[in-house]
Design a protein around this ligand. Structure first.
Ligand code: PMM
Length: 293
């Protein structure tokens, strides 16, 4: 299973990826405000890489439920210095978390490699063209409504079937725009227009979201459904269930984990992969009888 970004080709067959979250926003629900200053954001990005991140996801607009949208100029003011600063210091792929084609195009021009479109090509008609022209990696997520309205009253008859159908349509839309399937990854959009029960149904059905065999990206890190389940209101107290879900979802086929605490989740991922993919036993030279253990 290959995933091609602008600068990298990842072989995800036996090795998944940790995508470190870098929110350059004053108001993201789990880490808002920590990296609003470009120098702090660049330092945080480098720390995530040192902790084992395979790629970074940089966002300049909060997607928390009810968040007020920001315009493209403000989003660019937030993210461009961070992308330029990181690009000068690291070669790992940088993803831009945006629904706006104009922001994606400028971020790619500044050195980003991947577009993470949480609207799955529904928000901006120009997004598919930007992705096709730049040959960026493209994450297509399922989102019902907009971040402002998505949690008002999410309703589905069959959440798994409806999310899958929408992602299949996004795949067709991407191919029609000239995007190569190897550039695509899919995300069921945990917490985006979903109740606690919807999120749990989607997690039970993770293999269904390998649309046409493409990799699944999952974002559960510190999300509020974990707090609801475990009765805690502090996002920072949700690390243990996040790490557990990283190991479990990798076992269920997920290949890209979008997380805040890179070190703990990288350890969980590598441990699970050691179990899933044991090294080939070295065959003893002929005539050499292995000693009994
Ligand atoms: N979650 C958030 C933002 N961007 N992108 C993808 N593809 N999947 C997600 O689950 C996702 C996302 C919100 O979380 P944050 O506020 O902690 O960044």
């Amino acid at each position: 299973m290959l995933w091609r970004t602008r600068s990298h080709t990842f072989d995800l067959t036996h090795r998944g990826l940790i995508m470190g979250v870098l929110n350059v926003t004053p108001d993201s629900f789990s880490d808002g405000g920590q990296c609003f200053d470009p120098a702090a954001a660049i330092a945080r990005g480098l720390a995530l890489i040192a902790d084992g991140a395979d790629l970074l996801d940089i966002g300049g607009e909060s997607t928390r439920p009810g968040a007020t949208p920001v315009d493209a100029a403000e989003e660019l003011r937030r993210i461009l210095p961070v992308i330029l600063g990181l690009r000068a210091r690291t070669s790992i792929p940088l993803s831009i978390d945006t629904m706006k084609a104009r922001v994606a195009a400028a971020a790619l021009h500044a050195g980003a490699d991947i577009i993470n479109d949480i609207s799955g090509l529904l928000h901006d008609p120009a997004m598919a063209r930007v992705a096709a022209e730049t040959q960026a990696g493209l994450v297509l997520m399922h989102l019902r409504g907009t971040p402002r309205t998505m949690q008002l009253q999410p309703e589905y008859t069959d959440v798994v079937a409806e999310v899958r159908l929408r992602l299949l349509a996004a795949y067709d839309q991407a191919l029609a725009a000239g995007i190569h399937p190897d550039r695509l990854a899919f995300d069921p959009g945990i917490g985006f227009g979903k109740t606690l029960d919807h999120n749990l149904d989607l997690l039970r059905a993770l293999p269904s979201f390998q649309i046409h065999g493409r990799p699944v990206l999952l974002g559960v890190s510190r999300k509020s459904f974990l707090g609801r389940l475990l009765d805690n209101t502090d996002p920072l107290a949700r690390e243990a269930p996040t790490t557990a879900l990283t190991a479990w979802s990798r076992q269920r086929g997920v290949r890209i984990l979008r997380v805040h605490n890179v070190k703990a989740n990288a350890q969980a991922l590598r441990m699970m992969e050691a179990i899933l993919h044991p090294p080939e036993p070295a065959s003893p030279p002929s005539g050499d009888v292995p000693l009994p253990t």
